[in-house]
Design a protein around this ligand. Structure first.
Ligand code: HEC
Ligand code: HEC
Length: 174
């Protein structure tokens, strides 16, 4: 009950933000989310959100998405293959919205083609205070790749540290 009420209040808040403040997407921790309702974006969220969060396209550069989309049959020890038609559409979406090296999540990127967000220097820097027992040692999290286990609003592109709740630990206060 309490949870549902919060959910509703949260949606209103997001709606109010969207209406009141254009340009809020540059706020810290905001990486865009469900606002894109194109067929390509929906397809991306459906196919690539089946096993983990459909990560914000902006978190990896063009070359990374191209490489990931070209190797889906061997995707982090899983087979994540989709039809050629679907792959073409998702690839178009991801490469269009991809991040610019040197900015945001892609600050100080050294590898040419990083394949993991969780290994980016900025990511590692932001998470180095989070103890392993709360991640790999936590059945409800398992891996840093599981962003939405802790970032309660990740599906809306909101990664602000204020909305982090780590399962079995609670609100993050550093
Ligand atoms: C069948 C399940 C499955 C599907 C479908 C899937 N993935 Fe994955 N993906 C994985 C697994 C497993 C990992 C590794 C997670 C871990 O290390 O905990 C992963 C990791 C990733 C990562 C790196 C995450 C990190 O650690 O930074 C990216 C990026 C990614 N996937 C993109 C995609 C894209 C794009 C699609 C859609 C075309 C997709 N995935 C579909 C299973 C899947
Ligand atoms: C185990 C919980 C956990 C997981 C899983 C996790 N994070 Fe975080 N994240 C945190 C915490 C805690 C912070 C705040 C760290 C601090 O400031 O000390 C944070 C901070 C961040 C920030 C900086 C936010 C700000 O306000 O500046 C970003 C961006 C972020 N995480 C993205 C991600 C992404 C993307 C993923 C998945 C690929 C992810 N996180 C997975 C716990 C997590």
């Amino acid at each position: 009950m309490g949870y549902i009420r919060w959910g509703v209040a949260g949606s209103f808040l997001i709606a109010a933000w969207g209406l009141g403040l254009t340009g809020v997407s540059i706020a810290s921790g905001n990486y865009g989310g469900r606002s894109d309702n194109s067929v390509e974006a929906e397809l991306y969220r459906e196919e690539c959100g089946a096993c983990h969060l459909a990560y914000p396209a902006r978190m990896l550069p063009v070359d990374s998405w191209t490489e990931i989309m070209a190797t889906l049959e061997d995707h982090f020890d899983e087979n994540a293959e989709v039809s050629d038609e679907t792959a073409t559409m998702i690839n178009a979406y991801l490469t269009d919205k991809a991040g610019k090296p040197g900015r945001g999540m892609l600050k100080r990127v050294k590898q040419d083609i990083p394949l993991r967000i969780t290994e980016l220097p900025y990511f590692v820097h932001e998470h180095d205070d989070v103890p392993v027992r709360l991640v790999r040692g936590n059945d409800e999290v398992g891996s840093f790749s599981n962003c939405n286990a802790c970032h309660q609003r990740a599906e809306n592109g909101d990664f602000d540290e204020d909305s982090v709740r780590i399962p079995g630990y609670g609100r993050w206060d550093d």
